[in-house]
Design a protein around this ligand. Structure first.
Ligand code: RP5
Length: 165
């Protein structure tokens, strides 16, 4: 894309989430979508989180991706402080395999929505693809790329061979 100002903010509760969350960043890179990634925690850096999210719309950000694990309140706190679409990605946690993250991200009270994706890497990739779909509504070249991606993906799956078959 010609523009270089970030359109998507990728936030994560801890640097330890990056191994999973980098798949969202890599997916956005594939579509050439300008974005920025930050570690901001609903619990450990509450003031900085609210400050960042409240300023995001004014800075030209159009979608927020928020990834967190355990008592995962990051996406909810983001959604409470912006009207931008917030996509939540539950991290797989050591103790409960991400069920804790999933429930604390998805079970928002009516009125403050978080679009919650799958636990872990598939969720990170899909959050980025959903962000691309949102941005593509007003950017025909991005819509073309998304269609091309789907066609390529379909082609790969249809070509797959099963061993012994
Ligand atoms: C959450 O706690 C983070 O999003 C992370 O998934 C989890 C564990 O964080 P660390 O203790 O590894 O920093 O806030």
């Amino acid at each position: 894309m010609a523009q270089s100002k970030p359109l998507v903010a990728i936030l994560m509760g801890s640097k330890s989430d990056w191994e999973t969350v980098r798949h969202a960043s890599e997916t956005l890179h594939k579509f050439d979508v300008p974005h920025e990634s930050r570690v901001l925690s609903a619990h450990r850096t509450p003031n900085a989180t609210v400050e960042y999210v409240a300023a995001a719309e004014g800075r030209g950000i159009e979608v927020v991706i928020a990834a967190a694990g355990g008592a995962a309140h990051l996406a909810g706190v983001c959604a409470a402080n912006t009207i931008l679409p917030v996509l939540g990605v539950p991290m797989e946690s050591a103790s409960l395999k991400g069920l804790d993250s999933l429930l604390s991200t998805v079970q928002m009270p009516g009125g403050i929505p978080v679009g919650t994706l799958a636990i872990g890497k598939p969720g990170a990739v899909n959050a980025a693809l959903l962000a691309v779909a949102i941005l593509a509504r007003k950017r025909p070249e991005l819509a073309d790329r998304l269609r091309a991606f789907r066609t390529e993906q379909e082609g790969k799956v249809l070509k797959e061979k099963l061993e012994g078959n």
